[in-house]
Ligand binder design. Structure first.
Ligand SMILES: [Zn+2]
Length: 50
């Protein structure tokens, strides 16, 4: 948990495409950008590349 609980909560609703790093909704089965099916949940880390 970080300083901002709301922000932390929001970050867990995101999944990152392993191929193009696009952010997708947690329920997304495929990347909305490149249609890649392999998404990973975003981790609440400070070390995040944008
Ligand atoms: Zn993608």
């Amino acid at each position: 948990m970080g300083k901002f609980p709301i922000a932390d909560k929001a970050i867990f609703k995101v999944r990152i495409c392993k191929r193009c790093k696009a952010r997708n909704s947690l329920r997304a089965l495929r990347c909305r950008k490149c249609d890649y099916p392999n998404l990973r949940p975003k981790k609440a880390r400070k070390k995040e590349t944008k």
